[in-house]
Ligand binder design. Structure first.
Ligand code: UDP
Length: 380
């Protein structure tokens, strides 16, 4: 009856379902445990008439025209370039840390001196990961690096990961480098936008195909079992392809223990004022138990006398209790995942894809790109 079974209707699952259904004319069964599609990109209009991202702010950005063109088949866009401020010593200053931030947080004379030191050591336009800047030989840059590390990265990262920046993969903090420029934007990609009517609407269009059968509110183990290297779907042996985008430890009944993820308690609030803050997102590296506040009106403009904000409180992930948002980027956690990945060799029909299953820090475009790669690999 079905050629392909896909578990999870997030980015990876939705893109692969669409590709198999539309491009290969295959019959796809798409199973989703939640009551909605779109994975953590899921958004909806809230009681204030504002489009909110239920699982935290998702801002699409890519340099890859193929990905932008592909998604453009399913949505119109609203151009949007994300800007973030961080509260540093009581000042709201732009991050990534750049020359504008320098002049915001330091007296003019000192800012000028540090700007000169940066330009003597780095080419204009370059982006320097904080852990690299910390190795700088110049005393002025050493001072600057220590300041940026302490005021922007250290305490934020401790809240977010329960680890200091040196204990996690440098790629994590390198996502927000020090920028040798006056560019205040959080991303510099060629294409930056949000779907005009939201991500959920975009995924709905992607999945509206006669070859795709979607089952919401359905966990994988309600319809399938794994036994002796085989897969049984509705109690009959299934010989097609299985694309699994969920948690690998769960798939294998936690036989090697639970994988580590970080979770976030997303607390939405209605503020009885038209505007709340000066940018869509304001980070609070050094105060409070939340990492940042996002005001959704500033991403998706809406006419409302009120405004909806989101405070993100990082937490440990506990199986069955909260949402596994971020794979943990320590060597030990990656090794634990690799054991589960090896276990997949006993089930050659199954392909693990995406942020959760592959244990990767994927942005939206990375997830789409990975789904394209897997489709190219599996379609024949
Ligand atoms: N980060 C930080 N301070 C900030 C912003 C980011 O220390 O003000 C670090 C932190 O470790 C965070 C990582 O950089 O987890 C990546 O930040 P990004 O904003 O890309 O995280 P996401 O939006 O994916 O949660």
């Amino acid at each position: 009856m079905f050629d392909v079974v896909i578990i999870g209707a997030g980015i990876s699952g939705a893109v692969l379902a669409e590709r198999f259904a539309q491009d290969s004319n295959k019959k796809v069964l798409l199973i989703e445990r939640r009551q909605h599609i779109g994975g953590n990109c899921y958004d909806k209009i809230d009681e204030n008439g504002i489009l909110i991202h239920k699982y935290g702010p998702h801002l699409f950005h890519t340099d890859d025209a193929e990905i932008f063109d592909y998604l453009s088949k399913f949505t119109e866009w609203q151009t949007y370039q994300h800007k973030v401020l961080a509260m540093i010593d009581g000042q709201a200053a732009p991050i990534p840390f750049n020359f504008n931030t320098l002049y915001k947080v330091f007296p003019k004379n000192l800012a000028e001196r540090l700007e000169v030191a940066l330009l003597q050591n780095f080419e204009y336009g370059k982006k320097i990961p904080i852990l690299e800047l910390k190795n700088s030989p110049s005393a002025d840059l050493q001072f600057l690096a220590d300041f940026v590390y302490e005021k922007i990265f250290l305490h934020y990262t401790e809240k977010q990961w329960n680890l200091t920046p040196d204990k996690i993969d440098g790629a994590v903090t390198a996502r927000v480098p020090v920028s040798i420029s006056r560019d205040d934007r959080y991303f510099n990609d060629k294409f930056q936008a949000v779907p005009k009517f939201g991500y959920t609407a975009m995924f709905q269009k992607m999945l509206a195909h006669k070859n795709i059968k979607l089952m919401l509110n359905t966990a994988f183990n309600e319809v399938a079992t794994l036994r002796d290297g085989k897969i049984f779907l509705f109690d009959a042996e299934f010989n097609g392809k299985v694309i699994y985008t969920g948690l690998l430890d769960e798939l294998f009944n936690y036989k090697f223990g639970a994988l580590e993820y970080r979770s976030v308690d997303m607390k939405f609030e209605t503020v009885d004022a038209e505007n709340f803050q000066a940018a869509a997102t304001v980070n609070y590296p050094n105060n409070y138990n939340f990492t940042r506040i996002t005001e959704f009106k500033k991403i998706h403009p809406a006419k409302s006398a009120r405004t909806t904000i989101l405070k993100e409180f990082p937490q440990n992930y506990i199986v069955g209790e909260n949402v596994p948002y971020y794979p943990v980027f320590t060597d030990a956690a990656k090794e634990a995942h690799a054991k589960y990945f090896d276990e997949l060799k006993n089930f050659p029909q199954i392909k693990a894809v995406g942020r959760l299953a592959e244990y990767k820090y994927f942005d939206i475009d990375d997830a789409v790109k990975r789904a394209f790669e897997v489709y190219a690999e599996l379609k024949n």
